[in-house]
Design a protein around this ligand. Structure first.
Ligand code: HGY
Ligand code: MN
Ligand code: MN
Length: 416
């Protein structure tokens, strides 16, 4: 195949569009909070769809709100080449996580159009519903359903913190139909390529332009509840206590210790949420519920962290006479990117004169679940100090343009 050309990426326009999207937030800019099915999410979806329509793409939604914007190819019956990411954002987040892979993909398509290229295969931009776990407690809801990793019944059982069901919220957002229809068969996509900020420090530290992702780490998330005994903060004497929060504190440090004990740099564990009951200054906590997010590129190593945690939990339960229960939300295997798609990404970066290196993704992405039904690869671009999931998240227009050029060239190769 001949080397891919340079495509006319309009970086100024893309920068303006990313800034416009970032301002659609439930929080004061520059903070981006855009939880799935919130008013901000719906306004953001409308904005992206308007841009896709202006680019002549035809739009459709599935029953959970995954949105497909198609550029028809000269052979419409062929399986499309897909790209895309998410625009929902966790509370107190930044402007680039996910959005670079949606608006950057749109810009890649517009640059291909402007170059006069006519794809044989259709090219589809996919905006996935609820990549973040914020509302329903599980990440990648839309791509899990698409990839058959989450069943429609499991999805229908999901409730948000206000006890609202997925079905009621998706209907209110205008998405209807049986969730069974979200599932796509293997082979539905010819390939899927996701552009995303690295959310780590490697590319910036090593002065690289492009990360060619070869594997996506295996995420697991769980809830742990400690049942102790409450009482008066003044009158309950220390020997008589079964303090649920003190027990949880020991468990949280045990989890951190288990992740460090593997000595592998890819082993990570996080407690991001902790609910204390009754939550009064002068009352001994009787019940604590906290989240655990445990990941590793090696699923066996990840599971060893969880096993170590279980040993510690048994010890704490006995030593403190508390009861500890766990609920697993998800424990997914890692995904390997497809060698042919990885090669297409890598050659596209090289042909554009960009410095690239192969790497793993420690964050999870919709690609992790699309990989169940299609060959996937990801394109990473550097973000400042590796910061993400914070308002100071930042990727430069030059880095984003390099990512868009690489994506456009990859789509050009795969859809010809
Ligand atoms: O948590 C993640 O890895 C992703 O950013 N939702
Ligand atoms: Mn994220
Ligand atoms: Mn993301």
């Amino acid at each position: 195949m001949q080397p891919s050309p340079r495509f006319p990426v309009n970086s100024d326009r893309l920068t303006r569009e990313l800034a416009h999207l970032a301002a659609i937030s439930e929080a004061e800019p520059p903070i981006v909070t855009r939880v799935v099915f919130s008013q901000a999410d719906l306004r953001a979806r409308a904005y992206v769809q308007q841009l896709c329509a202006e680019a002549g793409l035809t739009l459709r939604h599935d029953a959970v709100g995954n949105t497909f914007a198609r550029w028809q190819g000269t052979h419409p019956h062929l399986a499309p080449v897909a790209t895309g990411s998410h625009i929902d954002a966790i509370p107190n987040a930044g402007a680039y996580d996910g959005t670079v892979g949606v608006l950057g993909a749109l810009e890649a398509i517009r640059a291909l159009q402007l170059s006069g290229f006519q794809p044989a295969r259709p090219i589809e931009l996919v905006l996935f519903t609820s990549e973040e776990p914020t509302r329903f407690g599980i990440g990648c809801l839309g791509s899990r359903l698409m990839g058959g990793v989450l069943s429609p019944d499991q999805a229908s059982a999901l409730r948000d913190p206000d006890d609202r069901s997925l079905d009621s919220l998706r209907a209110a957002a205008g998405f209807s139909g049986p969730l069974e229809t979200v599932r796509l068969a293997p082979g539905h996509f010819h390939a899927f390529v996701e552009l995303h900020i690295e959310q780590g420090k490697t590319l910036e530290r090593d002065r690289l332009d492009i990360g060619v992702v070869t594997a996506i780490a295996a995420p697991a998330s769980l809830w742990v509840t400690v049942h102790g005994e409450g009482g008066h903060a003044g009158a309950m004497l220390m020997p008589d206590r079964h303090d649920a929060l003190a027990a949880a504190a020991e468990l949280i440090l045990a989890l951190e210790g288990a992740a460090l004990a593997t000595t592998a740099i890819d082993s990570v564990a996080t407690v991001g949420l902790c609910e204390v009951f009754p939550g009064a200054v002068n009352s001994v906590p009787s019940r604590v519920r906290f989240s655990m997010d445990v990941r590793d590129t090696d699923a066996t190593r990840r599971d060893r962290i969880l096993e170590e945690f279980d040993v510690a939990a048994r010890h704490v339960a006995t030593a403190r006479s508390v009861r500890i229960t766990q609920e697993t939300v998800n424990a997914d295997p890692p995904a390997l990117c497809d060698p042919a798609i990885v090669a297409a990404v890598e050659s596209s970066a090289i042909e554009a004169g960009l410095k690239s290196q192969r790497m793993v993704s420690r964050a999870y992405h919709d690609s992790l679940f699309v990989a169940r039904i299609a060959p996937v690869a990801m394109i990473f671009i550097p973000c400042r100090n590796g910061v993400s999931h914070r308002p100071d998240e930042y990727a430069s227009p030059e880095s984003i343009a390099a990512g868009v050029q690489t994506l456009a060239a990859t789509l050009w190769k795969l859809s010809a």
